[in-house]
Design a binder for this molecule. Structure first.
Ligand code: PEP
Ligand code: MN
Length: 272
């Protein structure tokens, strides 16, 4: 049965071939498993430099880190801002990594795009339509996170806003949804990976860090995501997670755990 969909450009019916996003020598969606790793937030030049070194040494391709943080409470650390963009760009360049950072408002798309290789739209902004329209005017690759209470249809319509503006470089990110369960921070919806790949041609990235909120669950859910067919992963890693400036230290891997996980993925991926 053919279901009529309200999105078009994001749909595989419209675009049967997989979208492959090429950034430098990294291709996303082309069969190579892409790993984005780094802290929740950029905290200092030394912190991001050291983490970049460790991400590279472990075999990751992209350095993640938020300079502008969408915190639930207004009194929490909000990120170091533009300084953080500069620190991360320098660390990425020095260690040979691409960079990804979150952009929260349309006004900041240009400046974030000037410093980062990939722009992240956070779960809380999945339906910030002005932001999506502005990203559509850009050609910068965008990682669009699923809203924590959004259906696949709403998610793909959000992607459609960016595509409709003329930017074809969109990847989808499953980062967990809100369910009745409270043991985990969110429920990582593994079905989203094959479902989105069936409905859409866009690359699908999994975020087991926010998807579980618990460090000890990141490894198994990373492996499960790869088994489910994810095109890439975005994983939080911190050199001193207990003292991280956001609450996300509890879900951040220690550097040795991150390195071990990537080694194990190298053995797992060829089997799938
Ligand atoms: C993050 O990546 O640090 C983040 C805030 O993610 P999300 O929007 O999925 O909560
Ligand atoms: Mn985080």
């Amino acid at each position: 049965m053919k279901i009529s969909k309200s999105y078009k450009l994001a749909s595989r019916d419209f675009h049967p071939e997989n979208t492959v996003i090429q950034i430098g020598d990294v291709s996303i969606g082309g069969g190579e498993l892409v790993v984005m790793g780094g802290p929740c937030a950029v905290e200092s030049a030394e912190q991001i430099d050291e983490i970049a070194r460790l991400v590279k040494a472990a075999g990751g391709q992209v350095l993640r880190g938020g300079a502008f943080k969408p915190r639930t409470g207004p009194y929490s650390f909000q990120g170091v801002g533009v300084e953080g963009l500069i620190m991360m760009a320098e660390a990425g360049k020095k260690h040979g990594l691409l960079t990804i950072t979150e952009v929260m408002t349309p006004e900041y798309v240009d400046i974030c795009g000037q410093y980062a290789d990939i722009l992240q739209v956070g779960t809380r902004n999945m339906q910030n339509f002005d932001l999506l329209r502005k990203l559509g005017e850009s050609r910068k690759p965008v990682l669009l996170k699923r809203g924590f209470s959004s259906t696949y249809d709403e998610f793909l319509n959000a992607a459609e806003y960016i595509l409709a503006g003329g930017n074809p470089n969109v990847m989808l990110c499953e980062r967990g949804i809100r369910t009745f369960e409270t043991y985990t921070r969110n429920t990582l919806d593994l079905s989203a990976i094959p479902v989105l790949q069936q409905l859409s041609h866009l690359p699908v990235i999994s975020d087991p860090s926010h998807g579980t909120g618990r460090r000890e669950l990141v490894e198994p859910m990373t492996k499960a995501s790869v088994a489910a067919g994810a095109d890439g992963l975005i994983i939080e890693m911190h050199t001193d997670p207990d003292n991280s400036m956001t609450g996300d230290g509890v879900q951040s891997l220690f550097p040795d755990q991150f390195a071990k996980l990537l080694r194990e993925l190298e053995q797992l991926s060829p089997l799938l």
